[in-house]
Ligand binder design. Structure first.
Ligand SMILES: *Cc1c(COP(=O)(O)O)cnc(C)c1O
Length: 493
């Protein structure tokens, strides 16, 4: 306590800043060194491993009441959190669908937290950068500069943003004021039976209900059947409903199927529907020279959800919603309470970015995306997408060359569904492949997930990973065959 305060008899005021910055600085250097080692050695570690009991128990510790040195806090984090990751930064992680992060993006997240700006709005540099990254997303997809957009937590939120604007634009009444109960004809949304589950959640949260989302059958390639879609729309109109929105898939989560986006755009125009594209997986294929043609038509959408934390490998979280009609977008979310009025000059003279979504306070997500794009240039991200798609074709070739492996369907993009097939069927085949998947995880060799396609169970490899090499896929095939023989052999003996 300083002398003047003591003599005045005042209490020392506290802060979270360290008493000794030099110690914190030295520890921070250590953290960075460890982080660089952590990423440069990732290939040599198991993809995933089960946590021992003492590590699990660490997460049941009660609320700390007394202080601990930061060095001790960090050492506990190293031992527990850092040592037992999900594994998605590893070159042989191919489960579900996510990116594999990058060091520059992590620095961006760190600096964003240090600079600390709130992206709810205001006249400051982070706000301009947030807007710039949205503009870059438009440019990557061929969206007009007049469109609007917002960075959100991920694809699920980005889809909710798009579908909320769609609902309000097509409701025929002021939904914000009167609610969905006042809509005269029940709204109907459409998408294929391969839609991601977040659309169901969106329909529920929007008060329209799951049944207002009609799942349209798909063709052999798991793309929406346009004739069936037209029939469903006609049927709903005849039944007194109001067809409002069609959701196209630019890359389905099961197999990476891409709906005919041009045909959907045309149909939406003819039927006066909002055209939303779930591009969480595939919108960014628009920047990949060899494959961009697969998502042609995406630039005609009324709204698109895309996911920089997938194929741009931004550290979690960052998704992006784009809306062609900026006025409709703002009209859906803008409110100006008395405590957030803008001023002619100064900090409150900037755009209120919370007018484009549900959040008020918002993190500075743009920086991690911006720094990685600046460092590498967008073309490299495009080439990495092409590389993953070529790797999926390579894996499909390996699968086809092995008599005891079976391919579900030739991959369109970067998702390969296959299974070990020693002449079994039904539940026995599923149990065998599930066991292969679990042992691949438990041995730390590779992480895959599984799914059902055309009513059959398959192992699923989604290669959205800038660290994957073809040799990793060779290893996957070798190990799948080895485990398959081992498990099937043990079962039959
Ligand atoms: C990942 C994904 C989502 C959800 O995105 P999150 O970023 O996980 O919220 C939605 N749709 C598709 C097709 C996806 O692959």
């Amino acid at each position: 306590m300083d002398i003047a305060q003591e003599t005045l008899g005042l209490l020392a005021e506290e802060t979270l800043d360290p008493a000794d910055w030099a110690t914190v600085q030295a520890l921070s250097h250590q953290v960075i060194d460890d982080a660089v080692d952590y990423l440069s050695d990732v290939r040599d570690r198991p993809v995933w491993r089960e946590m021992p009991a003492d590590v699990r128990e660490a997460f049941a510790a009660p609320l700390p009441r007394s202080p601990a040195p930061l060095a001790d806090v960090y050492s506990e984090v190293s031992r527990t959190v850092m040592s037992y990751p999900m594994g998605n930064i590893h070159p042989r992680f191919w489960a579900w669908y996510m990116g594999s992060s990058n060091f520059t993006g992590a620095l961006g997240d760190f600096l964003a937290a240090i600079q600390g700006s709130n992206l709810g709005g205001g006249n400051h540099a982070a706000g301009l950068m947030d807007n710039q990254v949205v503009n870059w997303c438009k440019e990557m997809l061929g969206f007009p500069a007049s469109a609007s957009g917002t960075l959100v937590s991920g694809g699920s939120m980005a889809n909710i943003i798009g579908l909320t604007v769609a609902r309000n634009a097509k409701a025929g009444i002021d939904v914000r004021e009167h609610g969905v109960a006042a809509i005269d004809k029940p709204l109907r949304f459409y998408g294929s039976d391969q839609l991601h589950s977040c659309h169901r959640k969106a329909m529920e949260a929007l008060g329209l209900g799951n049944r207002a989302l009609r799942r349209i059958p798909t063709d052999a390639g798991l793309r929406i059947d346009i004739t069936a879609l037209r029939a469903a729309i006609a049927e709903d109109r005849a039944a007194g409903c109001k067809p409002a929105c069609v959701i196209g898939n630019a890359g389905t989560v099961n197999t990476g199927a891409i709906d005919d986006l041009k045909a959907l755009a045309k149909l939406a125009h003819e039927e006066d529907l909002w055209f939303h594209v779930d591009g969480c997986i595939g919108a960014l294929i628009a920047i990949a020279p060899d494959n961009a043609h697969r998502v042609a038509g995406i630039e005609w959408a009324d709204s698109v959800a895309l996911d920089p934390h997938k194929w741009l490998h931004a550290p979690f979280e960052v998704g992006c919603a784009l809306v062609r009609d900026a006025v409709a977008h703002r009209r859906t979310f803008a409110v100006t309470p008395e405590y957030l009025e803008s001023t002619p000059r100064g900090l409150a003279s900037g755009d209120w970015l919370h007018d484009y979504g549900l959040q008020t306070s918002r993190g500075f997500r743009a920086l991690k995306v911006w720094m990685a794009l600046k460092e590498h240039g967008v073309d490299k991200f495009g080439r990495l997408i092409d590389q993953n798609i070529a790797q999926a074709a390579y894996l499909a070739g390996l699968v086809e060359a092995e008599p005891s492996l079976e391919l579900a369907t030739p991959p369109t993009i970067n998702i390969v569904c296959f299974r070990y097939q020693p002449g079994l069927a039904g539940e026995a085949l599923k149990a065998l492949n599930t066991e292969i998947m679990l042992r691949l995880q438990e041995c730390g060799i590779a992480v895959l997930s599984d799914t059902t396609v055309h009513g059959q169970h398959w192992l699923r490899v989604a290669i959205a990973n800038h660290r994957t090499r073809r040799e990793d896929l060779d290893l996957l095939v070798v190990e799948t065959l080895r485990l398959g023989r081992e498990i099937a052999g043990a079962a039959s003996s």
